[in-house]
Design a protein around this ligand. Structure first.
Ligand SMILES: *Cc1c(COP(=O)(O)O)cnc(C)c1O
Length: 362
């Protein structure tokens, strides 16, 4: 609905967008947001609480996030002038799209290319800025379709190509040779490799940043247990970081988030590895059990499963919701996504409850 008084002031693209509304309601088990299960040890929680409470309340945060950017380089490599931080990768994606939105010669608008399905923020954030989005379906194993990606890149000459690996919502990793082929097809674009779920995967493609000058990485603490902090990052060429930094609000990241995320990346590695090991073991168990019940479950390298239902996904989703379990359903997306649910891995008890209810819905 357009507020008519302001209709001719608003970007026309907004008419087709809807505000992101997370599911509300009385759920006992929330497996819809790809968050980590609450398994942090009391000691680690106390250390994070202390970091959150420290720092002068009356002072603005460090506008350069110096310590946090150092911590990120110790985590993913690179130097701190190659790192830009944001309130979640969501903000970083928005900053990239704002800075890199110059239309190509002769074109009316800038373009991005993404596989489909993938993380929705690339599309939403681009659309809100009048940037065109060209989506290329993943192949039948939810891997990159190189020929179609190449064709899309040739025809649209995109500013940015976004590739999430492991991908959301499919959980699959893109084959490295296909990622390379896409990068090589797009020498004039920035290729962003989003590794939000890399902690749950057996391998990273971060090294591709050193093999190609037009490749950058995205990372986040959201999926490894610290979604509340809203800390994400971009690692890319320093010359590009310098330009994107001009778009960033100087105090974008609050002091508590900077301090706690620094602690997490520098001192809680063993804790995170323990939580990740739990999630990976439960992912394998849940995947096996769901397959045994008759659901289609492709291998996942993330902290969720991409589950194909035989009955309409909407029915299964509602059956779970009636039992106070929330998952993410793609029935409204139609096509080959229509019979899919995305289920975040929970604690062992939560996963057992899920299985118990799903037994009735297979
Ligand atoms: C969840 C997710 C993010 C994380 O975003 P934050 O804003 O850092 O919480 C980024 N990329 C993908 C593919 C995701 O699924």
């Amino acid at each position: 609905m357009t507020a008519s008084r302001f209709a001719n002031l608003l970007r026309p693209e907004l008419a087709d967008l809807a505000a992101y509304v997370p599911h509300t309601g009385d759920f006992e088990i929330r497996l819809d947001g790809n968050e980590a299960p609450p398994l942090l040890s009391p000691d680690a929680r106390a250390a994070v609480a202390q970091a959150l409470a420290a720092g002068a309340l009356e002072r603005y945060p460090d506008p350069r996030a110096t310590e946090l950017r150092e911590a990120i380089t110790s985590h993913v490599g690179g130097t701190s002038d190659e790192v830009l931080v944001g309130t979640g990768s969501d903000e970083v994606i928005a900053l990239l799209l704002t800075a890199l939105s110059q239309p190509r010669a002769g074109a009316e608008a800038a373009t991005i290319v993404t596989p489909s399905p993938t993380f929705v923020m690339y599309r939403l954030s681009a659309a809100a800025r009048g940037i065109r989005v060209h989506e290329v379906p993943l192949d039948d194993r939810w891997d990159l379709d190189v020929a179609q990606m190449r064709a899309a890149i040739t025809s649209t000459n995109p500013n940015i190509v976004f590739l999430a690996s492991p991908n959301n919502p499919t959980g699959t990793r893109m084959s490295e040779d296909r990622i390379r082929a896409v990068i090589e097809a797009a020498p004039e674009a920035l290729v962003v490799l989003d590794e939000a779920y890399v902690a749950f995967a057996p391998a990273s493609v971060a090294h591709l940043r050193h093999a190609y000058p037009n490749v950058a990485l995205l990372g986040t603490v959201s999926k490894i247990g610290f979604a509340a902090l809203r800390v994400g990052w971009f690692v890319g060429p320093a010359e590009l970081v310098r330009e994107i930094d001009k778009v960033r609000q100087p105090y974008n990241l609050p002091t508590p988030s900077q301090r706690a995320a620094t602690l997490v990346l520098c001192e809680l590695r063993a804790e995170i590895e323990r939580v990740v090991a739990h999630v990976v073991a439960e992912r394998e168990r849940l995947g096996r059990e769901l397959a045994r019940l008759g659901f289609g479950v492709p291998p996942s390298d993330a902290n969720f499963l991409w589950v194909e239902t035989k009955r309409p996904a909407k029915d299964v989703f509602e059956g779970l919701a009636a039992n106070k379990i929330l998952v993410r359903s793609f029935h409204a997306r139609g096509g080959r996504l229509a019979n899919h649910l995305r289920i975040t891995i929970g604690t062992r008890e939560e996963n057992d409850r899920l299985l118990e209810v799903l037994t009735r819905w297979a």
